[in-house]
Design a protein around this ligand. Structure first.
Ligand SMILES: Nc1ncnc2c1ncn2[C@@H]1O[C@H](COP(=O)(O)OP(=O)(O)OP(=O)(O)O)[C@@H](O)[C@H]1O
Length: 665
């Protein structure tokens, strides 16, 4: 220590240099004397040491820079590279592949741990086994390990690869962490860009590697249906991805012929030649289906099964929860070219307007909502803020994507606007109704048959022989009356007896009787309510007539009568104006979309073989017309082929005739 102080106290400057410094910095000598006398330090020596240190560090920095430049020059010279944006699906697929093939084998010491992603594309981080565990209700999500920031090295098909995961934003690091390496200062958020490099002068091995990653992701997805939904209303994207276990089409029970026709129709549509056919003839390459029927008859299940059958991602929108037309449009714009879109409860669109139009024109003096029919009030509860024109626009407006399949579901199909169900928007209509005995037999066998691997389900120790099961299934189905229960009801009953097929078959009769009793009671209640409403309406009409008569008493001369007539006329005119305004608005919106699209001629024969559950119709194919709520008419229909510009049933799509496309099954 003493020697150090002695060294610091020794002056390294000549006298002339010190004088020179004094001239440049007045008071320098005084300061030097002060430090020397009291601290035994020579300031000039300290200054010299500081200057030398500064020079050394800038020297190191420039050496570092040169070294880094040289390194990247060599990297560029020796490698080929492809970069992938953070939000690209391929990015996740590469990471997924690395997680499964590289990190699990290599002794990597710095990793990112990933368990449950709350607001991100969580699916891509989970492996198949993990998903399956999750499906079996594991309490916690398993952890998956992925590369962190920096470079991961590996050999693939005799090529040396490097994948760099790049940190793009430093915003969350404060200065105290600035010196800390990225992997210790933060964790990747899931949208970091990747650069895939390969030793050599060609990008071909990288392209092959990327294909491998995609195939791996496809294989992972094979056992699952990818369902994408939009949860965050503020950024209007398909932000959440759910993997649902594949549902075989055989597990959705309805008429087999209809099922075959439906599958063949979609197969034909997805065929590459069909696309060429559409393109060459200037027909928009789109296909729309309407699945309709009572709740619990398998509309959603069928959509999931179809998506799985054709390996398409299912984009699911529950219409009543779509905020408005802008959100709907943005979501449709973000759809990939080949996918399946499921619009649930399509009847919720534009209901407010239709209901208002009708009730404005009603000659009701009360304006009381209690007048609404049951169906109306049900509809009204689930109304969407999307307008009909907004929906028509996304279905086949100029900006709408081609190549996708749209499935729409509805419990109130007879209320749908004819513009919505015209060919080009809805090319096929499929009625899913109450269960048939044959379907209940199949459902019984599915419920109590052995698992796919031939073993008894885990919660059932003994598996009955197939012959006995078949016999029980027939006994069970004999108890189920045709066209009374929904498949969901029958499934619910079978689930209640999941551990005993013998009980399920034996108690079926008793259950059916009880259910029928409940149905009858509900019908009776409904009938009484309808009667009470009818009475109320009658009473209101009577009161109105009395008021009218009283008003007439005050009019003594012909002039007074004329005045009254004018008054009534004026009231009627005002109501008509409101209605016309609404209709003009709707018609012009429809007209806009009609001009852009030539309706597609349906090409699958209508299948109607009397099976209650599942009747596939060509649009309007030979079914009896039902009355449109806005334009009552008893028109019968039966025209299937439509010409461009001509709407459903051969009627002008802009006309106000009933669309009449609903089956009376
Ligand atoms: N045809 C069917 N075949 C097999 N299972 C069915 C069928 N219909 C309904 N289910 C069963 O009933 C339940 C409800 O079915 P799903 O949600 O598909 O009906 P839905 O018609 O879409 O009902 P909603 O109109 O209320 O949305 C599911 O668990 C499904 O497995």
């Amino acid at each position: 220590m003493d020697s150090l102080l002695a060294l610091a106290g020794t002056s390294w400057f000549s006298d002339s240099a010190v004088e020179d410094l004094e001239q440049r910095i007045p008071g320098f000598m005084m300061l030097r004397d002060f430090f020397q006398k009291w601290l035994k330090l020579d300031v000039t020596t300290l200054l010299t040491a500081a200057a030398l240190l500064g020079a050394a560090s800038s020297g190191v920095h420039s050496v570092q820079q040169t070294g880094s430049k040289l390194y990247w020059w060599i990297v560029r010279f020796l490698t080929a590279s492809i970069s992938i944006a953070g939000n690209d699906r391929l990015n996740r697929e590469v990471l997924n592949w690395l997680g499964a093939h590289v990190l699990s084998k290599k002794g990597t010491r710095v990793l990112t741990a990933n368990s449950e992603t709350i607001r991100n594309d969580a699916w891509s981080y989970r492996r198949v086994s993990q998903e399956r565990n999750d499906y079996h209700h594991e309490k916690r999500m398993p952890v998956q390990y992925l590369p962190t920031f920096g470079t991961t090295w590996f050999i693939h098909h005799r090529n040396i690869f490097m994948v760099r995961r790049i940190l793009t934003s430093n915003s969350h690091f404060n200065s105290a962490w600035a010196w800390t390496p990225d992997e210790y200062a933060g964790a990747p958020e899931g949208d970091e860009p990747l650069v895939v490099m390969c030793l050599g002068r060609s990008v071909e091995p990288i392209k092959r590697f990327l294909d491998t990653c995609r195939e791996f992701a496809d294989r992972q997805r094979e056992a699952y249906i990818t369902v994408r939904i939009s949860k965050r209303s503020y950024d209007e994207t398909w932000d959440t991805t759910i993997l649902r276990p594949l549902r075989p089409l055989e597990t959705v029970h309805f008429d087999e012929e209809t099922k075959k026709a439906l599958v063949a129709d979609i197969e034909n549509y997805l065929d590459v030649n069909t696309r060429k056919f559409y393109n060459r003839r200037g027909i928009p390459y789109r296909r729309g289906f309407l699945l309709y029927g009572p709740p619990g008859t398998g509309k959603t299940s069928l959509s999931l099964a179809l998506a799985g059958r054709f390996g398409l991602e299912l984009y699911l929108l529950h219409m009543p929860s779509v905020r408005d037309d802008t959100v709907l449009e943005k979501l449709f714009t973000a759809l990939p070219p080949r996918c399946m879109v499921l619009l649930e409860d399509i009847d919720a669109v534009g209901i407010k307007r239709r209901w208002r139009a009708r009730h404005d024109s009603d000659d009701s003096d009360s304006g009381n909502d209690s007048d609404k029919s049951d169906g109306d009030s049900d509809l009204d509860r689930g109304r969407s803020s999307c307008t009909l024109s907004g929906l028509l626009n996304v279905l086949d407006g100029v900006a709408s994507q081609e190549g996708r399949i749209v499935l729409m579901t509805s419990n109130f199909a007879e209320k749908l606007d004819k513009a919505l169900v015209r060919p080009g928007r809805v090319d096929k209509m499929l009625y899913l109704g109450h269960i048939s005995p044959r379907s209940s037999e199949l459902m019984f066998l599915r419920m109590f048959g052995p698992d796919a691997d031939g073993t008894a389900p885990a919660d059932r120790a003994v598996q009955l022989p197939q012959d006995q099961l078949n016999q029980l299934a027939i006994e069970f189905s004999n108890c189920i009356p045709s066209d009374v229960f929904t498949p969901a009801q029958v499934q619910g009953y079978l689930l209640n007896h999941r551990d005993s097929p013998l009980d399920a078959a034996a108690k079926a009769k008793e259950w059916v009787q009880e259910e029928i009793r409940l149905i009858e009671a509900a019908k009776e209640k409904e009938r009484k309510e309808a009667e009470a409403k009818k009475k109320k309406r009658k009473e209101r009409k009577r009161r109105k007539a009395v008021r009218m008569a009283e008003a007439l008493r005050d009019y003594n001369s012909d002039d007074d009568l004329e005045e009254l007539r004018q008054k009534i006329k004026e009231e009627k005119r005002q109501k008509r104006d409101v209605r016309d305004e609404i209709e003009t608005e709707e018609t012009s919106a429809r007209g806009k979309t009609d001009e852009t699209v030539a309706p597609v001629k349906p090409d699958v024969e209508s299948v109607q073989n009397g099976e209650p559950n599942g009747v596939l119709q060509d649009d309007a194919g030979g079914s009896e017309a039902k009355t449109d709520e806005t334009t009552p008419t008893d028109q019968k229909v039966g025209v299937t082929d439509t010409e461009p510009g001509v709407g459903v049933n051969g009627l002008d799509s802009k006309s106000h005739e009933s669309n009449g496309v609903m089956s009376g099954q």
